[in-house]
Design a protein around this ligand. Sequence first.
Ligand code: AMP
Length: 215
Amino acid sequence: MLRTILLGPPGAGKGTQAVKIVEKYGIPHISTGDIFRENIKNGTELGKKAQEYMNRGELVPDELVVEIATDRLLKDDCKEGFLLDGFPRTVFQAEKLDEFLQAHGQKLDVVIDIEVEKQELLTRLTGRRVCRKCGASYHIVNIPPKKEGICDICGGELFQRDDDTVETVENRIEVYKAQTMPLVDYYKKAGNLAEIDGSGDLDRVFADIVKALGE
Ligand code: AMP
């Protein structure tokens, strides 16, 4: 049983570490960004609403996000725990999550905050490429695929996310500072924050996360 959140700026490596965490602990990976991208791909109303905010690097309105996140948390696979990636992103969302957990007799175990310098974030995000088919993440310099433009895992096509362009990335980092960074204090006060240095080697970062979560 593990209930945890991944906090950190865009590009900190939340998605990459999330894959490793859910594999080790056998809990579902809930990424609100992934849910929105799936809806955009399928042309749903929710996708249409979310896309305009996402393309500008802004946050999707709280009410919309809280509803999709809590709906997801009600599913059976979350009974034994979950990893939230990219939610909550505002104090309002965090308060709503607390209310939800309290109403269901649940508590967060640990909140993982992965921190990385701004210049490094810019380099990582603008060089990121994602597999259209399986969602695996690469970097044109740091984690290149074996064959350019092709996913090592499933052979799918790699593409750049619409919100990974230089301008949008700058905005996403600013939005993070203004709206999401206050959550670091929020969870510090709650007493369950683990601060992790997200620079450098992926395996070292993962090892630090495992230390914080417990074997
Ligand atoms: P991510 O994949 O987590 O970087 O999310 C991509 C984009 O989806 C963000 O830049 C936001 O526009 C939107 N988004 C994802 N999660 C949230 C959230 N919890 N609150 C508001 N917007 C979100």
